[in-house]
Design a protein around this ligand. Structure first.
Ligand code: SAM
Length: 213
């Protein structure tokens, strides 16, 4: 069982309010002011220890990144890495994704990344999956017209479920890969879990989805 709260983590996060944003609802509709530019904003839901967004923020200084993670026990590692890399285009929220409408204005976001989200295999836990239609509705609100969802997982069952959920919600699927590391998709940045699973020889599934206009 993962430790949700690590002693001292909250206090350390409070020491870096320019990286771990406190009271994110205060910035709703004004994130570009906080980043001090009009660059697109990409959000990773369930960001874990932040490896993916640290890599992306270095590769794409022209994009602003926000990672959302509910457990401070893992987000503390993302903070430690972010302090080291000191990227202006990277922020984290120690929050639950289900509250995302409190943080972002309609159409304020350009892309949502869902990486190696917990599969919640039992039917009765379907609503907790971050690709469940209830969450898609939230992403639809905050994404702009051209906004996209990019999804990666090692879990075949979750991938099948998510393809159905995304297309059932009326989204168009693009660049679907059943073996990402053998595909021609360029510029992949590995997440913590992706590295762990691919080292074990497991294949990685990926797709992109956009809302039909
Ligand atoms: N994305 C990272 C990666 O690929 O290495 C971490 C994957 S880990 C399996 C999933 C993470 O999502 C966990 O750290 C979990 O706490 C977080 N998470 C799951 N549901 C969440 C929610 N509703 N709000 C915020 N974080 C959530």
């Amino acid at each position: 069982m993962r430790l949700r709260n690590k002693p001292g983590a909250k206090e350390k996060m409070n020491e870096y309010p320019h990286i771990i944003i406190q009271n994110p609802s205060q910035h709703k509709g004004k994130w570009n002011k906080l980043f001090n530019n009009n660059n697109p904003i990409h959000v990773e839901v369930g960001t874990g220890k932040g490896q993916f967004l640290i890599g992306m923020s270095k590769l794409h200084p022209e994009v602003n990144y926000i990672g959302i993670e509910k457990y401070d026990s893992v987000l503390i590692t993302a903070l430690e890495r972010a302090i080291e890399t000191n990227q202006d285009n990277l922020k984290f929220l120690n929050e639950d994704v289900s509250e995302i409408l409190d943080f972002f204005e309609e159409g304020e976001i350009d892309r949502v990344f869902i990486n190696f989200t917990d599969p919640w295999p039992k039917n009765r836990h379907e609503k907790r999956r971050l690709t469940y239609k209830g969450f898609l509705k939230l992403y639809e609100e905050i994404l702009n017209e051209k906004g996209e969802i990019h999804f990666k997982t090692d879990n075949q069952g979750l991938f099948e479920y998510s393809l159905e959920s995304l297309s059932g919600y009326g989204m168009s699927l693009h660049n679907v890969s059943l073996d990402l590391h053998k595909s021609k998709i360029e510029g992949n940045v590995m997440t913590e879990y992706e590295e762990k699973f691919s080292r074990k020889g497991m294949r990685i599934y990926r797709c992109e989805a956009s809302f039909k206009s």
